[in-house]
Design a protein around this ligand. Sequence first.
Ligand SMILES: *Cc1c(COP(=O)(O)O)cnc(C)c1O
Length: 424
Amino acid sequence: MIFQNTKDFARQLDAQDSLRKYKEEFIFPTVNGKNVIYFTGNSLGLQPKRTKSYVDEIMNDWAELGVEGHFYAQKPWWDYQERFAEPLSKIVGCLPSEVTVMNTLTVNLHLLMVSFYCPTPSRFKIICEEKAFPSDQYMLQSQVRFHGYKAEDAIVEIKRRDGEHNIRTEDVIAKINEVGDALALVLIGGVNYYTGQVFDMKLITAAGHQVGAKVGWDLAHAAGNVKLELHNWNVDFAAWCSYKYMNSGPGNVSGCFVHEKHHANKELPRFAGWWGHNKERRFKMESEFDPIQGVDGWQISNLPVLSLAPYLASVEMFDEIGMEQLVHKRNNITAYLEFILKEIDKEVDSSFEIITPANPEERACQLSVFLHGEGRSLFEYLIKNGVIVDWREPNVIRLAPVPLYCSYEDMYQFGQILKKGILE
Ligand SMILES: *Cc1c(COP(=O)(O)O)cnc(C)c1O
């Protein structure tokens, strides 16, 4: 499609957008009395209007029923988490028995590493990406130390080539083959939080398995953003937070995937708790742990239902729409944003550079823009003028044109504000 940098053209795209009505379903912060243009859904998604009623329902049931709510609430609490299996399985591409919600993201990755990082003196290395999200780095370092290894011996980072912003798939595969028999685990962020690069999860998973390693993915920036096929890709495990693209509220619970092939394996080490115990017998208070066959066998505690409620509201919204429609608009609006950025860059005589891959297969809903010159003050100008973006050192602004609640006209307006900000 030939894009145009005009308000009329942007409005025309909005008129053809099948997701257009969903913008009305979200609550926007305001600046100077106007709704903001919100580009930080990759950090904390906006609140859907329908969410409050899901939370109120729990509060009301608790008020009226007390402990009886576990079994007699409108949506009983004791197995509330099971409502996620069907819709989430479609969002991340797996069987319902392979997906659940529990804990928070880094906690889940730790727990999954208990099962899937079982190092031996000859096979103890972990491959991750260079400059992984800090929490992932701390997690990997503490895990290898817990097993008695040194981080510098056990953790192998895949580097970017000199002068390049992104990691080449061929370099990931080469590193996996190089580490070979010593490789215990590959654990990478499916979408890089800084650059927005989407990794070839299918290919990398297969390469890891080829050398006998386990392969897990941190899907914080992928869930609800990228079309995933965790089951078919044969991924061993994965986890993601629900508060970024999935709009479930600050710090909220994590989704978690364990491949079916591991479900019957009772020999896998795991940290157990009563919510992972045989469901029919859970309240018999038996002393021997009998894990549920399925990812729910990794559950530990009874669930924070008040936190699950906003996530359920969100998952049902995603289920209504389906990932195909979402990905379709995502591709188009990201391409339009890219076009707008390039047009403005021409008008102001080259003051920034997009570091996210240009190839649509290698990116999703994020463009990271490296600013030459006065980055920080431009960032502050944008915020003051109702464009919510985020700032990453040394000089990067991340923009996520979330398809659920960003419009094409927002992209046009953003371009105008950006231009003013640069020229002022
Ligand atoms: C957002 C994010 C996290 C955050 O982890 P929490 O445990 O939810 O605080 C971890 N890893 C990556 C890659 C992220 O993008």
